[in-house]
Ligand binder design. Sequence first.
Ligand SMILES: Nc1nc2c(ncn2[C@@H]2O[C@H](COP(=O)(O)OP(=O)(O)OP(=O)(O)O)[C@@H](O)[C@H]2O)c(=O)[nH]1
Length: 377
Amino acid sequence: MQLDFLTLMVVMAVNLLMISATLPMIMGQGISRAARFAQKSLLLQAGAWVAIILSASFWDQALSTVSVAANALAQWMIFRALHEWLGPRPLEKPLLALVILTPLGYTLGFEHYAWRVGWANLLMGASMLIVARAALYPALEADRRWRYLLMACLTTSAIFTIARGLLGAFTDQYPSFRTPHPVNLMAAVATNVSLVLGTVALLVAWRDETELKLRTLAMTDSLTGLLNRRGFMAQGENMLAHAWRHRLPMTALMLDLDDFKGINDRHGHDVGDQALKLFARLLEETCRNGDLVGRLGGEEFCVLLLHNSAPAGTAFDRRLRERLHDASAAELGFVLDYSGGLALLAPGEASLAGLLSRADAALYQAKAAGRGRLVTA
Ligand SMILES: Nc1nc2c(ncn2[C@@H]2O[C@H](COP(=O)(O)OP(=O)(O)OP(=O)(O)O)[C@@H](O)[C@H]2O)c(=O)[nH]1
């Protein structure tokens, strides 16, 4: 069977155009920056293939340079998407330099076939390898398998692109991009397959992102932005296991705003909401890195202090109470106060529910003793 290179190129360009036109439609409005970068990358790749096909008929240098530039920029867009999805990725500056130098060197050396083919393909291959590496490293705790698929697609494309560069630069077997050389034909087939699988990988990455957003939403209190009960209990269990493993002290503070019903009745529900947000903000400001804060419901909050025993819990309460008095008087026009119950992780205690229920019992005592105070269990 004889494969026709130009037919393969046209099929790939049409596929890419269809994918990049359909994706925005199915992904809809309001997508993340990462998904937008991925869409732009596919559009640029489509443009690159259309330009290289057209360059055989007219405006050879201009259209070929546009194609090389669009392809290089498409790699940059995937890198940016990975940066958004997975956090900072290494070799960003070298990649940016390659993205600029690839079309520049190509167009400046356009008259010398071996130079321009070697330069463009070798540098493009290097860009693809940087993006392939960025898909996998630094590794994440969560196993996201689409990263392996994307890495495999990019590495395959990079190998064939580099092979094309070597053929063009150092042999006379590759006189034009349509040369029916086995490496060129295999490159076209591999690029087609990589395109399809790479798109699948990007779609799965987008689905992962949506799932993570929903999960975060399900764990977060929408009014204050703190963890809700479900999120707090999940992360609290992890923290307890950590404290347990490393024999670290841990303190639970159960805090409940005083006379909150009265505040709502006197000042209105909106002011009540403002008071809750203020309290949440001050709680976060008073905590140290590694402590856990959550809104367990209504006007009830909980804090877990790691590495800390009772005196630190009492000091935390004192700092918070002072800040709350000052800030509520200034921002709400009245003084907000709360009652608190403190419980220490007992030796051998392995249940978060047990620790919290002791803190809750102490909170109940604080309320019964007249509010506005902290009681230690
Ligand atoms: N504004 C506002 N009010 C809320 C919210 N969630 C719960 N509440 C109100 O908080 C009030 C809690 O009232 P209570 O349980 O009687 O507690 P309290 O008035 O603070 O009394 P003590 O805790 O005994 O000092 C209720 O009126 C709830 O409607 C909220 O998200 N926003």
